[in-house]
Design a protein around this ligand. Structure first.
Ligand SMILES: [Zn+2]
Length: 295
């Protein structure tokens, strides 16, 4: 349970993270919302109809887990319903961030999930970022669309709308939003330059092993097998990776650059040595580890 002192800090944290969302262009106008659990029965959240870049601690709204206001001069966003669905389904989730970061939202509008095996640190942390079906904002449809994927994922794209991340605290959820947008940016650049070269299925399984070794918490395991993915990302984090043989950095003949090879499906993959992977994971762990409330 958050003490009064703790609640004051959480209000300050939400103000700071709202400022960052606005400063980075992740929200326009009065878009976006942030929430955090105060205790077993109460949520602290951002007010509606306010730019998230210019909030003050006294503007926050306290509600119960059904979204009924307990205190606050302003009202919570109608999108709070989506946050409440997360809290109901994910007892481990302590905070939720929703924003409309333009590149990630562009992928959501194009109907392209961020689920290719291209960045080791993203595979180790978020796994993959699926797209929740389109639903009218502020209606009960949206929590239902989110509910389908949120048990297995900490980050989602919302079709034709934006993105949603959850975390073990406010900063952890916010940093995941940064990662989603950064991943979208890198994916867009790679696609502009001719397409992503994709890590092999073997490498993805090795990353899953490293995730375990480094104690990176995730709501569900990574899966790459078509049979496992029958649930469509509802029970595991589907990562698109080609099947290949071998386990080392492999040079290839043909058009692909050294270190890359093209699978029968036409995806080009990159192979990394264990040492390169370990260095990437250590970076990722440092990033996750710095996600404390000190910012
Ligand atoms: Zn929205």
């Amino acid at each position: 349970m958050a003490s009064l002192r703790g609640e004051a800090q959480l209000r300050e944290d939400i103000v700071e993270l709202g400022r960052r969302l606005w400063a980075r262009g992740f929200v326009a106008s009065n878009d976006g919302n942030i929430s955090v659990r105060l205790d077993a029965d109460r949520i602290l959240t951002t007010p509606t109809s306010v730019s998230k870049g210019f909030m003050t601690p006294d503007m926050m709204v306290v509600t119960d887990l059904a979204g009924r206001k307990i205190s606050g001069e302003r009202n919570a966003s109608s999108e709070l319903k989506m946050h409440l669905a997360v809290y109901e389904l994910r007892p481990d989730a302590k905070a939720v961030v929703h924003a409309h970061p333009p590149l990630a939202t562009g992928f959501a509008v194009a109907g392209i999930a961020l689920d290719k095996a291209v960045l080791a640190e993203v595979i180790c942390t978020l796994g993959s970022i699926p797209i929740a079906d389109y639903a009218t904002p502020s209606t009960a449809e949206l929590p239902a669309a989110v509910a389908r994927y949120i048990k297995a994922h900490d980050g989602l794209l919302l079709a034709n709308h934006g993105a949603l991340t959850v975390g073990s605290d406010l900063y952890n959820a916010y940093y995941k939003m940064e990662t989603v947008e950064h991943f979208a940016q890198i994916s867009l650049v790679a696609r502009t330059l001719g397409g992503e070269r994709v890590l092999s299925r073997d490498e993805v399984h090795r990353l899953q092993g490293l995730r375990t070794m480094y104690g990176i918490t995730a709501p569900a395991p990574i899966c790459t097998d078509a049979a496992e993915t029958a649930g469509g990302g509802e029970t595991c984090q589907v990562v698109q990776a080609p099947v290949t043989d071998g386990s080392r950095l492999v040079a290839d003949s043909g058009a692909a650059p050294a270190g890359a090879r093209t699978s029968p499906a036409g995806d080009t993959e990159i192979r990394l040595t264990y040492r390169q992977l370990a260095a990437l994971i250590e970076d990722a762990v440092r990033t996750v580890g710095s996600g404390g409330s000190d910012g």
